[in-house]
Design a protein around this ligand. Structure first.
Ligand SMILES: Nc1ncnc2c1ncn2[C@@H]1O[C@H](COP(=O)(O)OP(=O)(O)O)[C@@H](O)[C@H]1O
Ligand SMILES: [Mg+2]
Ligand SMILES: [Zn+2]
Length: 508
């Protein structure tokens, strides 16, 4: 007899439905899995057999064939175990055939019949819903995550035995209920706030512009000047995460196995990979095609501290995903796309010793070292950092005085208004803020009056601004005008934007 169950295989941050068909026939005992199974799937037969025996439902001593369809997709992971076990019992006549209709079944089995938590449950639940499923049976620890998907009953299971009882109708299936929107609203408190930051008016202003226009930024300053502190607070002034964005971020964290106990990534991610991180760790990939830091920072902030210490190859690998806001990874298991829409903040010292320009420490670097240090991050990457911001060490009086800073909520409301203006103006799918404008959009939306034009020309000549800095300055000036709710860009906007091109200036 033959029976089938439905399951899923992950492909990047998406999942595809897989049909698990099991045939039980007479003949010598045998257990085969066909349909391009990966290593973990081939080993499934041993786990399924032991788990069934230990759950008190031993597999029949007959000829068992498992077929995974569609055949051309390579299937990896252990998520099919439970579907194989269920379809096997149905094919053996020990579960009523309709039990598996309209249901998707996910779960890795342990030998004693327990169920292990899975990675990538949210994308799999979305795929199940799209395929028309009404029920999803899966390990209890993953049920809340699956319950994020509306219109699908997520049935949390404690063990293989429990699964069989539910499928046989002996135990009532209890769907896990979760109000994703309420969960999002309930987790809006941030543990850090801009009101913690004393002084640093210029850096605060620059980060407000970065958040408003989606501009990547570079913070330059001596150790202890507050670069890390400032960067950490950038997510708190970006617009509130929408439910759709939260689900996107959750999918990436789920596939990477980084969700932990929470079912939903409810605040904007902040990722700070060390400069020794491998290229695969940054952009994703590896044998299992895991998402990298740039994808884990999707809809949030990627912080690259000590920028000049990152290997050139790693920074080079970040370039294209930063531009496209997504990354394609090719593996034997297929071609996967991971989202990568993150705001980048980088930080660096002004010179190798860190103290150039510091009023209280002497820089002991040899002549020329500072400019060589800065040139390490020249070219393509620098090109993508719209704002270069000097973060000087605070004077003692400022550091011990009362914290006078505005709080994140106040800044965030200005950012939200500026973003609303941009959305209205740009209105192209995927292009949501000024930093995303292409050449044509820049020409159309960043017109300069004669005064601003002259100012920019002078800057290009006198300060030695590169041609590529030109379009960056116009985009940033556009955001500055948007923050002031002005439709036309003025000379003051251009002048301010020019201040944030510190690294473009000719070395003096
Ligand atoms: N502007 C500031 N306001 C309040 N505290 C500050 C400020 N700048 C630095 N600090 C304090 O100094 C510590 C070190 O700052 P940090 O952000 O790590 O500096 P950096 O990353 O530039 O080396 C912070 O944790 C904070 O306690
Ligand atoms: Mg730091
Ligand atoms: Zn120095």
């Amino acid at each position: 007899m033959t029976a089938r169950a439905l399951s899923c295989v992950l492909a990047g941050v998406a999942a595809r439905p897989i049909e698990v068909e099991v045939d039980v026939a007479g003949g010598l005992p045998h257990f085969a899995i066909v349909g391009l199974p990966g290593g973990a799937v081939r080993e499934s037969k041993d786990r399924v057999r032991a788990a069934l025996r230990n759950a008190g439902h031993p597999a029949p001593e007959r000829r068992i064939t498992v077929n995974l369809a569609p055949a051309h997709l390579r299937k990896d992971g252990a998520a099919f175990d439970l579907a194989i076990a269920a379809a096997l019992l149905a094919a053996d006549g020990r579960l009523p055939a309709p039990a598996l209709e309209g249901a998707f079944v996910l779960g890795e089995l342990s030998l004693d019949g327990g169920l292990k938590p899975l990675h990538g449950v949210l994308p799999m639940a979305i795929a199940a819903r799209r395929a028309g499923a009404s029920r999803l049976l899966l390990p209890r620890s993953n049920a809340a995550e699956a319950a994020l998907v509306a219109g699908l009953d997520a049935i949390g299971l404690d063990s293989l035995g429990h699964a069989i009882d539910v499928l046989a109708g002996r135990v009532a299936a209890e769907p896990t209920r979760l109000d994703a929107a309420a969960l999002l609203r309930g987790s809006r408190a941030n543990d850090v706030d801009f009101s913690d930051v004393r002084g640093q008016a210029v850096a605060r202003r620059a980060l407000e512009i970065a958040a408003a226009g989606g501009h990547n930024a570079l913070l330059l300053g001596p150790p202890g000047s507050g670069k890390t502190m400032l960067a950490r607070r950038l997510p708190t002034i970006l617009p509130e995460l929408t439910l759709e964005e939260a689900l996107e971020a959750t999918a990436v964290h789920s596939v990477a196995g980084l969700l932990g106990e929470r079912p939903l990534v409810a605040t904007r991610p902040f990722r700070a990979p060390h400069h020794t991180a491998s290229e695969a760790a940054l952009v994703g990939g590896g044998r299992l095609a895991r998402p990298g830091e740039i994808s884990l920072a999707h809809r949030g902030v990627l912080f690259l501290d000590e920028l000049p210490e990152f290997p050139v190859a790693a920074l080079e690998a970040l370039r294209q995903p930063l531009e496209e806001r997504r990354i394609a990874v090719s593996r034997v298991s297929g071609h996967h796309v991971f989202p990568a829409d993150a705001l980048v903040v980088a930080a660096m010292n002004p010179c190798p010793c860190g103290f150039l320009g510091d009023p209280t420490h002497l820089c002991n670097c040899p002549p020329g070292a500072a400019s060589r240090y800065r040139q390490r991050i020249s070219g393509p990457l620098l090109d993508r950092l719209d704002l270069h911001v000097e973060v000087p060490a605070l004077a003692w009086a400022e550091l011990v005085g009362p914290a006078a800073g505005e709080d994140s909520a106040a800044i965030r409301s200005r950012v939200a208004s500026a973003r609303a203006r941009q959305r209205e103006r740009l209105g192209r799918p995927g292009v949501r803020c000024n930093a995303h404008m292409n050449g044509r959009e820049i020409d159309r939306h960043c017109a300069l009056d004669a005064g601003s034009e002259r100012l920019l020309e002078t800057a290009v000549e006198r300060l030695g601004l590169s041609a590529r800095a030109f379009s960056r300055v116009r985009k940033v000036a556009r955001t500055i005008a948007d923050l002031a709710a002005r439709e036309s860009i003025g000379a003051a906007d251009v002048a301010e934007a020019l201040q944030y091109r510190v690294l473009d200036r000719r070395p003096t």
